[in-house]
Design a protein around this ligand. Structure first.
Ligand code: PHE
Length: 339
């Protein structure tokens, strides 16, 4: 019986070594280990052996069975690995194909000016607020002391939604909205989109402004001038000069307009400043006491200043652009040239 077992061990090992696929391997398994298998029938015949012999033969039979099983498993693993390798090779995807370069995005010139102005003002202690773009006649005009017959209310200049509702024509409505709900002192800026029925090379129906409002005790024109000087110098560079001219706005009294020496030519005159050496940048002034009172602020105790700056103008100057529309066409070739 021992001899038979050794023989089975030898032939099984050889046959397992020589099988060519899973099916052949399975046939070998059935041949030796199946119900009618060679090894199985030997194991079955063990019960007829004498006690002593059964022990030694049993031990050997176990070794042989273990070895055959082990070899079959190893061979099976080898076939499976080969199969996996074949599928991996046949289903290979070349992910390096058609690789296109990554296009790097950048902020729009208008966003860059807004971010810069906001940074400058936050460093100076201003708080950022935002207001509705669809506004009531009351906040856009009435609360700012703009009377019913004022030309700014003309259908030609404003986009009306209904008799009393319009697209805000400036960021100034947030002056009144803020004064109504806050107790002085406060120091706020309001960047945002505004709308006017204008459309030519220096006007767009949608553009951007940033409002500023400071209300406290003893606020004067001197405070306004120093704040605007610092802001303009931080925006355009230390070397620019500012020029304050008298102007008129119904909601400020006195009112001024602020010019900045042309950062492009340094004030000698060029195509950007149309030869004048200066660029008009802001409207500003001391908040009209009437406006303070209308919004519930005691004008005997408090005073304030307000300013409103366009965003497109500085963006155009900084990038030497003369056509405002080019900022809104979203032509990537144009935007890529922006600094
Ligand atoms: N709202 C004014 C405009 O759009 C600018 C301005 C703001 C003027 C604040 C004075 C004070 O022209």
């Amino acid at each position: 019986m021992e001899v038979k077992l050794r023989e089975i061990q030898k032939t099984a090992t050889e046959e397992i070594l020589n099988v060519k696929d899973k099916k052949e391997l399975n046939d070998v398994r059935v041949k030796f280990m199946g119900k009618q298998g060679l090894l199985t029938s030997i194991l079955r015949g063990m019960k007829d052996l004498a006690e002593e012999e059964r022990k030694t033969v049993g031990a050997l039979a176990n070794v042989v069975r273990g070895e055959i099983e082990n070899n079959i498993n190893l061979k099976m693993k080898m076939f499976e690995a080969e199969e996996l390798e074949r599928t991996l090779n046949s289903e290979k995807i070349d992910i390096s194909e058609n690789a296109v370069g990554i296009e790097k995005g950048a902020l729009h010139p208008v966003s860059r000016v807004i971010n810069k102005l906001v940074d400058i003002c936050v460093a100076m202690g201003y708080e950022i607020l935002q207001g509705p773009e669809v506004e009531t006649d009351y906040y856009n005009f009435e609360a700012l002391n703009i009377p019913k017959n004022h030309p700014a209310r003309d259908m030609q200049d404003s986009f009306y939604i209904s008799d009393n509702i319009l697209m805000r024509t400036h960021t100034s409505p947030m002056q009144a909205r803020t004064m109504e709900v806050r107790k002085p002192p406060f120091k706020i800026i309001v960047p945002g989109r505004v709308y006017r029925n204008d459309n030519d090379s220096t006007h767009s129906p949608v553009f951007h402004q940033m409002e500023g409002l400071v209300v406290d005790e003893n606020i004067s024109m001197a405070d306004l001038k120093i704040q605007l000087n610092i802001m303009m110098q931080r925006l355009f560079g230390e070397n620019i000069k500012t020029r304050f001219r008298p102007a008129f706005f119904p909601f400020t009294e006195p009112s001024i307009e602020v010019d900045v020496s042309c950062p492009n030519c340094g004030g000698t005159g060029c195509r950007i400043c149309k030869g004048t050496g200066y660029l008009e940048m802001l409207g500003a002034g001391i908040v009209n006491p009437k406006v303070l009172e209308m919004s519930g602020i005691d004008s005997k105790k408090y005073s304030g200043f307000a300013f409103g700056t366009g965003i497109e103008r500085p963006a155009m100057v900084k990038n030497s652009i003369t056509d405002m529309k080019s900022l809104f066409k979203n032509d990537i070739r144009f935007l890529k040239q922006m600094k």
